[in-house]
Design a protein around this ligand. Structure first.
Ligand SMILES: Nc1ncnc2c1ncn2[C@@H]1O[C@H](COP(=O)(O)OP(=O)(O)O)[C@@H](O)[C@H]1O
Ligand SMILES: [Mg+2]
Length: 346
């Protein structure tokens, strides 16, 4: 295998399929536009283990963001709609809830958002309000979900700024987002996301806009906070180097589906789907020792409005067979803990 680097999990990583905190089953989220239906998420199956990090990779437009915005029920509707599937949140001492079934304006969903599942974005200003001091934003989120006094909530905000290593947190409480650097805004967004101690943190390209040094600091911070808060993390990124350092498991997405899912070690050292192999050969990986030539995957991702017969990757795949153009491969386990949707592995 071309990729030669340290990975955070061992090859014998514990399978956790018997106790995931979050499970997506055959999830489909479509956008109904005048010019047609965009099948942005078209049958996603994936699980997130307790206190684990799931890396989600795939080229731009593959449905990574829409999948996890669906989990938060943040897909704009209309034109977006979850048309099928389940999003199961398996609480520790409580019954499982299917997030798909919840009333979008109901109490239950509001309680889950923020207090149980929080999301951070590439652009911190997606979460931060430019008009309010950051301390007030964090304390108000705390007040929304926890029964605390205003004063206690502000103390919590200060404690959170301290936890994300913002110097002089007491002074920063009164500052506005525009007074902070990009890296610091990212830290504030993380503080805001974690202020109610959610069990799941979904991070959508959280470091993409940052320079390499700040990026490394933010990733360190996320790892540290994961230990502190016992959180399970979904880390969406196109950066395979980041995935190799952070993830326990990896889901590779292609055109609205997960096409390969495995422990991180196996994704890098024993990839099974030709798309995964293509991705590994086409992008620079931080920390990769060899100076291997990068080989782009030929062609482009088809439009999610197209009806595709057979495997959606067939036109770009170096190993296409006859059956690939006729039947859609089924996503299933080929080895214990390693699932793939590819006729080569039937
Ligand atoms: N609001 C929207 N309306 C119509 N199409 C959308 C909308 N949001 C996303 N899409 C489409 O859904 C597909 C998946 O997008 P996205 O999840 O953002 O991809 P990724 O995060 O993997 O880059 C893309 O084809 C995108 O154009
Ligand atoms: Mg995205």
């Amino acid at each position: 295998m071309a990729v030669n680097q340290q990975t955070s999990a061992s090859a014998e990583a514990e399978p956790y399929a018997d106790d995931p905190i979050l499970e997506l089953r055959d999830l489909k989220t479509y956008f109904f536009l005048e010019r047609g239906v965009v099948k942005a998420v078209d049958g996603v199956n994936v699980a997130l283990g307790r206190k684990k990090t799931l890396g989600v990779v795939g080229e731009s437009g593959c449905g990574k963001s829409v999948t996890f915005r669906s989990v938060m029920r943040l897909v704009q509707s209309p034109p977006g709609k979850i048309v099928a599937g389940e999003i199961l949140l398996n609480r520790k001492n409580d019954a499982t809830v299917d997030i798909v079934k919840l009333d979008p304006r109901g109490r239950q969903l509001r309680d889950i958002r923020g207090a149980e599942i929080a999301m951070i974005f590439q652009e911190p200003m997606t979460s931060l309000n430019p008009l309010h001091p950051v301390g007030r934003q964090i304390s108000e989120s705390v007040l929304l979900h926890q029964n605390l006094s205003r004063r206690a909530a502000l103390e919590r905000a200060e404690e959170m700024l301290h936890k994300v290593h913002i110097a002089d947190p007491n002074r920063r409480l009164n500052e506005y987002p525009h007074q902070l650097s990009g890296g610091m805004r990212q830290r504030v967004m993380i503080a805001l996301a974690l202020s109610c101690n959610p069990s799941i943190l979904i991070a959508d390209e959280p470091t993409t806009a940052l320079d390499v040094t700040v990026q490394a600091q933010i990733l360190d911070l996320m790892r540290e906070l994961q230990d502190d808060f016992d959180s399970s993390i979904v880390l969406i990124t196109h950066n395979l180097g980041v995935v190799s350092q952070m993830a326990d498991h990896v889901a590779v997405m292609y055109l609205g589906r997960v096409v390969e899912y495995a422990p991180v070690y196996d994704i890098f050292h024993n990839p099974k789907h030709p798309y995964t192999v293509g991705l590994l050969n086409s992008v620079p990986v931080l920390g990769r020792k060899d100076d291997k030539m990068l080989v782009p995957i030929k062609g482009m991702v088809p439009s999610p409005m197209e009806e595709i017969r057979g495997c959606a990757f067939a036109d770009r795949c170096p190993q296409t067979m006859e059956i690939c153009r006729e039947q859609t491969p089924i996503f299933k386990e080929s080895e214990s803990g390693h699932a793939v949707a590819c006729w080569l592995h039937e």
